[in-house]
Design a protein around this ligand. Structure first.
Ligand code: FE
Ligand code: FE
Length: 165
């Protein structure tokens, strides 16, 4: 039996999210480049830097469990990134493209929020308080990013309701 305990499941899901973060490190610069709004561009760039730190924090969590960082292909994030890529190839008004980029980014953030919420709770249950704290700190930043995107959408989505002059 490969997975006998919650700790095995925890490590499996940690590998998944580690792979997901790696994909986002590659996707976010492309999204920043594609964004028309300077604020949205800056939000993607800032989250890129945060995402690199998330990778490091996840590596630290592996270490707290005496494990080397390993990835397991995260098919869900592959799908989200792939859809985002298709969106970016479409012919859209710049405001509409920005609205679509926000929609794609929020899908990624919500996936991460679900993953880190579960991981944080498992770590706590496993008595790994430091790991739980680190995972909570990542979760907080994913949540803050999601809220910031919502805030940006409030303006960008309105701009997208009319064609550019
Ligand atoms: Fe992240
Ligand atoms: Fe994120």
């Amino acid at each position: 039996m490969e997975m006998e305990t919650l700790k095995d499941l925890f490590l499996d899901e940690l590998k998944d999210v580690y792979h997901a973060e790696g994909q986002l490190v590659k996707a976010l610069p492309k999204m920043a480049k594609k964004a028309d709004s300077d604020e949205l561009k800056a939000a993607f760039q800032q989250h890129l830097e945060e995402t690199k730190v998330h990778q490091e924090r996840v590596e630290k969590v592996f270490g707290l469990f005496d494990e080397k960082p390993k990835t397991k292909v995260c098919k869900a994030m592959q799908g989200i990134v792939e859809e985002g890529k298709e969106t970016m190839e479409e012919d859209m008004d710049p405001d509409v493209m920005d609205a679509a980029l926000i929609a794609a980014a929020q899908r990624a953030e919500h996936y991460e929020i679900a993953a880190y919420g579960t991981l944080r709770t498992y770590a706590k249950l496993l008595g790994e308080d430091e790991a739980s704290r680190i995972l909570q700190s990542i979760l907080d930043e994913e949540g803050a990013t999601d809220k910031k995107l919502t805030k940006l959408a409030e303006k960008i989505n309105v701009d997208a309701t009319t064609p550019d002059a």
